[in-house]
Design a protein around this ligand. Structure first.
Ligand code: ADP
Ligand code: MG
Length: 331
């Protein structure tokens, strides 16, 4: 029944951060090279994600928010190199039951459509609506409108939630090359918006300097090496105490471009900094390229936790290579 559905939905989207994350991933999956995120009153009133990706196909328009309907490959193992974030077809379904959801989309062969949804994920209407360029704009009003307690709690914390939303936007903006990402904050009542984040997508270093400033990037070194059948690439605090002191402990981990938590890798890096410099504070922005059959992403609803098969061995071989990298700097 409806309540069962809501429990399931609640597991996919547990907060506004999850909404923004899912919508950004959909835009990336649609091959957008410009993504705009609009937060009204820190997302409490409205969240809009607009992209210039390929749009929703005419055949999908009536079914996209049906549970497990996805135009993407169903199993991560099937992807084999081809990489999409989505593969479960649950995000829009959840959103249709948790908020007022509307989608304005245009693909290469249509003039534009506005889609609104029933609470059970069914399409309530599809209307022709002109749209200038190909792409998709997803609007989420009044998230958790039917869960008053949840909304009250959120109202009190909306600024804090807004910060969490910004940090998830940062994590995608930093790693995304070839995609311009702009986040706007709209002050509740006022119509005027201010851009709070702009990345051009030119390179990891340029994205980082656009997000955190050139001074911050000046404290970092490029790092890249292979270990076992994996490869790691990114930027980390220069191997001296002064850089570590300045570099602010910012940590961003990715597996094949997907933002994830890698607590064991994080600890291993902190320990190495500590061993060599006496301080464990360091900024870390690392993308691990790991064969897709060596991990599972479908462990938690928000997909941030991943299950690395044979994790301790992988961490240990990373540790050895990372230490060598450190030793090389001392010469
Ligand atoms: P999933 O991403 O796992 O496929 P979602 O519920 O996030 O599931 O999206 C359902 C489907 O809607 C996607 O498979 C895709 O076909 C379509 N879709 C969603 N967002 C976009 C977008 N921004 N551009 C084009 N198609 C989209
Ligand atoms: Mg998705």
């Amino acid at each position: 029944g409806a309540s069962v559905h809501k429990i399931c939905a609640g597991q996919v989207i547990i907060d506004a951060v999850g909404v923004v994350k899912e919508l950004i991933e959909n835009a990336v999956d649609a091959s957008a090279n410009v993504i705009e995120i609009h937060l009204y009153d820190h997302g409490f009133e409205k969240i809009i994600v607009a992209d210039n990706g390929h749009g929703i196909s005419d055949t999908d328009v009536h079914t996209i928010a049906r549970k497990h309907h996805t135009s993407k490959l169903r199993k991560f193992e099937d992807l084999d190199g081809v990489h999409t974030f989505g593969f479960r077809g649950e995000a829009l379904n959840s959103l249709s039951s948790l908020s007022s959801l509307s989608i304005h989309t245009r693909n290469a062969s249509s003039a534009g459509k506005m889609i609104t949804f029933e609470k059970d994920g069914g399409t309530s209407s599809v209307e022709e609506k002109r749209r200038g360029h190909i792409g998709t704009t997803v609007s989420v009003f009044e998230l958790f409108r039917d869960v008053p307690v949840r909304r009250q709690e959120w109202q009190i914390n909306k600024k804090k939630e807004g910060c969490r939303i910004m940090s998830i936007i940062q994590s995608y903006a930093i790693i995304s090359t070839g995609i311009k990402i702009v986040a706007y904050h709209h002050d509740g009542t006022k119509r005027n918006a201010s851009a709070t984040l702009v990345t051009s997508g030119t390179s990891l270093a340029s994205n980082l300097s656009e997000v955190f400033g050139t001074q911050f990037v000046g404290t970092l070194d490029h790092v890249e090496f292979s270990f076992e059948d994996s490869h790691v690439r990114g930027m980390i605090s220069k191997r001296n105490t002064e850089s570590c002191r300045l570099s602010n402990d910012r940590r961003f981990f990715y597996v094949n471009g997907r933002p994830v938590d890698l607590p064991k890798m994080a600890r291993c890096i902190a320990e190495t900094y500590k061993n060599f410099l006496g301080k464990s504070h360091a900024a870390v922005v690392l993308n691990f390229e790991i064969p897709t059959d060596r991990y599972d992403v479908n462990v938690t609803p928000d997909k941030r936790k991943i299950l690395l098969h044979d994790e301790s061995r992988l961490v240990e071989s990373f540790r050895r290579k990372f230490q060598e990298y450190f030793e090389a700097a001392e010469v």
